[in-house]
Design a protein. Sequence first.
Length: 437
Amino acid sequence: MNTDIATSLSVLPHGTPAMNVLLVFGVLLSFGTLGGLLAARVRWLPTITGFMALGLIVGPSGVGLLSREALDGAQVLVDIALGLILFQLGVTLHPWIALRNRALVVTSLVEGGATFAAILGLMVWIGSPPVVAVLAAAIAVSSSPAVLMHVAHELHAEGPTVDAAEALVAMNNVLAFLLFSLALPFALRDSKVGLETSMLLPAYQALGAIAVSVAVAWVVTRIALLTRTDEHHFRFALVVGAVMLSLGLALAFKVSSLFASLTLGIACRWLQGGSRLTRVQFGGGADVFFIILFVFAGANLHVHEMIKYAPVALAFVLARSVAKMASVYGCGLAFKHPHRQSVSAGMLLLPMAGLAIGLVQTTSGLLPELGAQVSAIVLASVALFETIGPPIAALALRLSGDAGRAAAAPGDPESVPPTSPPTAPKSPSKSAAGESA
């Protein structure tokens, strides 16, 4: 009898049950939804702010419902969410159409160069080592697609400014990754890594991610050709499968999973033919990914580091914001774009999150000591941008006049971007991205 009782008790949990991925998933969605509902009651407040606020409350800096270890164990959820968002961003950018769009290319290069130079100068001025300054400057070029896409969806925003901002954000993230890959060999050499490894490792990570994404894109676009017009649900499943496949292969081959997801979208747009794969709308399911991403971001906010590095982070935020807005506005003047749309497009580039965090993690994984210096400043700045980014994005969309266009009545000329065919997917062509870059 005693043996039976002992055996029965042995299967019961000892003490408080440990958090697992499913519990974290449930907490993120449940509390995130609550935060979004509360934020929705305030007319001017984006729901992203509510997601992050509830994440901060349940996270390690709040009541501690989600520990740092539990969040680390659930990182795969964020990778999937961010991968799907980056795919959605990538499909807005056809590589050849984008390269033929002079306004988009010039604006992207000028804005990226100005941001890199501004942060590089700031970091050197405050006394950071040159290698740290270069890596931080490369990371600062990136912009957050998730904030732009979620706030635009929430405000029913559609039009030339949204199209231009999406194209510029995609170009920003590609440029940031390439600059980071160019800077990484110098960082590795500075840390006494061999010359051959210093040169080959960044090239392998960049080219490997592109190879993975192109291979997956070729396979899934061929499969998508078999679907009929009314089989949207199959194409949605195929997109999710493609992103998961690219993330898994990137992990297996030790290349950048975030860059692979972004280039997967670009490659699918390039190879799509008649597959209609890039026109897949995630619908209400997209909210799941956004909630996970931003509640997780709120839970991961390092309040102590934000306070400790506040002066430097504020300077970083100010320098980056001025560089992006001034350069985009200047290019807008040069290409004779409307002032309001140029200002709005610059504001929409300010949020910084997913790719920046991924590049910081890459630095920390390869060079722990150097990564600690980069992450201290960049993550504190990311925390500020994640806090102020959603309200700024909402203001920009209202200022541009794109907010509410997607909700216009059918047949209303304001319901679609000017000069864009009604059935075409968003693309950074001259008629869209060029209008307000």
